[in-house]
Every structure is written in structure tokens, then in C-alpha cells.
Design a protein around this ligand. Structure first.
Ligand code: NAD
Ligand code: GLY
Length: 363
């Protein structure tokens, strides 16, 4: 088992442990957190089927009592109703501020757990146990959480750091390949932003990744954590350098929203968004190294789209882009590639956005 620590100036630090088959070690760390012998586990029906009982058994062996909150599976449950369900259960079972909340699941459960833990009695110790690859390389550390409102995705949330992120890569054995691919897009993005060797390594290892070689997935997780860590440690509240982690996301969010969050999965949209960002950078003469061919190869190998679906018409894409929550009165802010492992921030004023965007759509 290996340990990393994410240190912030504003919040207390977040310990990240990473290993293969580490349930016992995780529980030992949970016990060391606070005096309370009562915790809550938040998970969903799919993950519970595989991993809830082993965790409960280990907690019980160590004399710890757990309240269980098992939600239905799906992004559509990342909402205020689920937060109400979680808070009501914490209250009914009498959890106090020393009782850890353990979120066991993918990004949806990590986001719900983070939000609930941050507001219940003004803050419970939060333990994130990510079970999807996306949550391992992205959603389980850095302190962002969120729920969806009728008006859009992740519109309510807080910054709240977990005290412990415990990543057991052995659980990836049951993760569907499509879900692994969605998480890998974020790892590819980390390479594209900050580490060309990492991007190339993923490119050449794609067959072993698809075969779910656990040691290899652990290696990727370690590298991705390291890269994301360097951005969030410096800019915890996302006012500056952390924005680079959004490569492909502004275009991607427009694609997701235009397809009503049904036509394209977030991972598919971000992959396409990175291709669009390469095109956009080229169109303004800023792209020094074009790696679209390698990126297209990775996405294709993962079964992800490399062309914008024809039913998403360009006008509705532009409309959804105009609702981007990071837009301000000066216009739109895009993260664009300069070369492999290097990105820059590019502002586009509202009167130039149509041309800029339509050029990027021409994949
Ligand atoms: P998810 O949580 O819906 O998980 C994907 C699917 O995989 C679900 O059906 C889940 O039940 C299943 N699953 C998870 N682990 C499994 C396992 N080990 N075996 C079998 N099935 C398993 O989706 P996700 O892709 O993990 O996360 C997406 C969410 O994360 C989005 O809501 C996104 O907004 C959020 N997110 C948050 C951050 C952040 O920093 N807070 C970063 C990125 C994404
Ligand atoms: N997932 C991007 C961030 O955490 O800032």
C-alpha cells in the first residue's frame, strides 16, 4: 500500500492511500480518525452488491457500528432529494460530529457524500472510497462536490476536503469497460495538460489497460493523482491554475447539455471536447504540436466517439455554450493545448464566439 498527502493552505490535509485489496488497512485508518465507534456508509445498489458486506464485516470485527445508506444507482439521483435522504438518516441514527461518513462508490456517491458531510452538523469527517476509475483519478480528492439542480449539472456544492481518500484498485475488476474508458479520458487529459510522457505511456499501453491489468491501473491512478494534486494544492478554490484541469470540459459540457445528458456520457463528451480544443488552438495559430491523431487513436480504441453526433446541431450547441457557468461579462474562457503536456487559457469575447466555436466543431 502507498500513501500520498495533499496539503492545502486553507484546509487540513487529505491523506490518500492507494493499493490492491486494502479493506483491512482502510478500516484501521478509519478507526484512527476520531474516537467515535459509529460511522455511516453511503453507497448505491450496484456497488453495495459487491463491496458493502466486506466493508461492514471488517468494521464490525474492529468494534465499529455502521449506519447504511444505499441509494439507487445513477446520475439522476445526484440531487437534493438524495441529500435529504442522507441527512434524515444521519439524524435518525443519531450521528454526531465525530462520526465519519464513508462514501463508497463512483463519482456520484463521492459528490453526494462530500456535500452531505460538509453540511450535516457543519461537517463530519469525510472518507471517500472511490470504486470507479473516474472517481479514483479525479472525483475522490481535491475537495469539490456537487449536486445537479433543475437548471443544470453541479450547480450546488461546496469545497470540503475528505480526511481520507482510500483507493482499492482491486474493485476495478467489476467495473464495466465502458466506465473504465470514461475514467481513462480524465487520465489522458492529465497527460495532455502536464505530462507528455504519461500521455504517450497511455497510448502505448492501451491494450493492457483494456485488459484491466490491475498493477497498470494502479500506476495510472498514482500518476493522475500526482498531476491533479499539483494543480489543486496551489489553487484549492479554483480561482487560477486549477482551471487547466478543465481541458476539453467547456466544449464537452456544451455537447453533453445539447444531448440532454443522454446522447453523450461525460467521458465521451470530454474526449470530443479535447479534440475540439486542439482544432480551436490550431485555428488561432497557437498549436505547436498537434497530437490529434494519437488522441483519436486512444478514443477509438476505447470505443469512444471522435466525431460530433450529427443530430446535435451547431446552433443548439452554441446555445448550450452560452449557459456555461464559468462565462463572465468578458466572455468565455477556454483551456487550449499548446503542445503535448502544455495548455494555456484563451479568452473569447461574446462577439467572436460563434466563429471560434464553429471552427472547433469541424472535426
Ligand atoms: P458513477 O458514480 O455513476 O459510476 C459509474 C457506474 O459504475 C455506476 O453505475 C456505478 O454504480 C458503477 N460502479 C462504480 N464502481 C463500480 C465497481 N467497482 N464495479 C461495478 N460497478 C461500479 O459515475 P462516475 O463516472 O464514477 O462519476 C461521475 C460523476 O462524478 C459525475 O456526477 C461528475 O459530475 C462527478 N465528478 C466529480 C468530480 C469532483 O472533483 N468532485 C470530478 C469528476 C467527476
Ligand atoms: N475535476 C476538475 C477539478 O477538480 O477541478
Amino acid at each position: 500500500m502507498e500513501t500520498q498527502r495533499l496539503t492545502y493552505t486553507r484546509s487540513s490535509s487529505n491523506e490518500i492511500i492507494l493499493g490492491n485489496d486494502i479493506c483491512k488497512e482502510v478500516v484501521a485508518r478509519v478507526l484512527r480518525l476520531r474516537a467515535s465507534k459509529h460511522c455511516a456508509i453511503l453507497t448505491n445498489e450496484t456497488v453495495a452488491k459487491w463491496y458493502l458486506q466486506p466493508l461492514l464485516a471488517e468494521l464490525r470485527t474492529r468494534g465499529m457500528h455502521a449506519s447504511e445508506i444505499v441509494l439507487p444507482d445513477g446520475e439522476k439521483y445526484k440531487n437534493l432529494d438524495s441529500i435529504s435522504t442522507i441527512l434524515a438518516k444521519l439524524c435518525d441514527d443519531g450521528l454526531d460530529r465525530n462520526c465519519p461518513l464513508i462514501a463508497l462508490g463512483g463519482g456520484v456517491i463521492c459528490d453526494l457524500g462530500g456535500f452531505a458531510a460538509s453540511i450535516y452538523k457543519r461537517g463530519l469527517p469525510l472518507v471517500l472510497m472511490p470504486t470507479s476509475f473516474l472517481a479514483m483519478v479525479d472525483a475522490s480528492f481535491g475537495g469539490k462536490n456537487g449536486i445537479n439542480l433543475a437548471g443544470g449539472k453541479n450547480l450546488a456544492g461546496t469545497f470540503y476536503q475528505p480526511v481520507l481518500t482510500a483507493i482499492d484498485v482491486s474493485v476495478l475488476r467489476t467495473l464495466p469497460l465502458s466506465q473504465l474508458a470514461y475514467g481513462l479520458v480524465e487520465a489522458v487529459k492529465h497527460g495532455a495538460i502536464a505530462d507528455s510522457a504519461y500521455f504517450r505511456f497511455i497510448h502505448k499501453s492501451i491494450d493492457s489497460i483494456k485488459a484491466k491489468q490491475i498493477n497498470l491501473l494502479q500506476r495510472l491512478t498514482r500518476r493522475s493523482i500526482h498531476i491533479k494534486k499539483t494543480f489543486v494544492a496551489e489553487d484549492e478554490l479554483d480561482h487560477g491554475i486549477r482551471a487547466h484541469l478543465n481541458l476539453g470540459h467547456t466544449f464537452g459540457h456544451a455537447l453533453e447539455a445539447a444531448g440532454n445528458y443522454i446522447r453523450l456520457h461525460h467521458g465521451e463528451a470530454v474526449g470530443l471536447g479535447m479534440l475540439m480544443a486542439l482544432k480551436a488552438s490550431q485555428s488561432i495559430g497557437k498549436l505547436e504540436e498537434d497530437y490529434s491523431e494519437h488522441l483519436t487513436h486512444i478514443l477509438t480504441e476505447l470505443g469512444l466517439p471522435v466525431k460530433i453526433p450529427s443530430e446535435l446541431d451547431k446552433k443548439s450547441l452554441l446555445n448550450t455554450l452560452s449557459q456555461d457557468k464559468k462565462k463572465d461579462q468578458d466572455g468565455y474562457r477556454f483551456i487550449l493545448p499548446q503542445a503535448l503536456g502544455k495548455t494555456f487559457i484563451h479568452k473569447v469575447s461574446p462577439d467572436k464566439i460563434e466563429d471560434f466555436f464553429l471552427t472547433a466543431c469541424d472535426l
